[in-house]
Design a protein around this ligand. Sequence first.
Ligand SMILES: [Zn+2]
Length: 59
Amino acid sequence: MSKSKNMISTCYTSMECNSCKLIKKRKFSTGDVVFSTSEDCSECDGKMLITKIFGVIMD
Ligand SMILES: [Zn+2]
């Protein structure tokens, strides 16, 4: 058995407004799927499209 490192991986969701192209990042939440629309844009009446989900590993 190898020792497991105590690493914390945090997932983030990157999304872009389909109307004004605003880009936002927030912590990943369950149900986020790439290329699905997630929430309303805060700057216009557009929808935020999830463009990327990525993980950051911190030790
Ligand atoms: Zn927008």
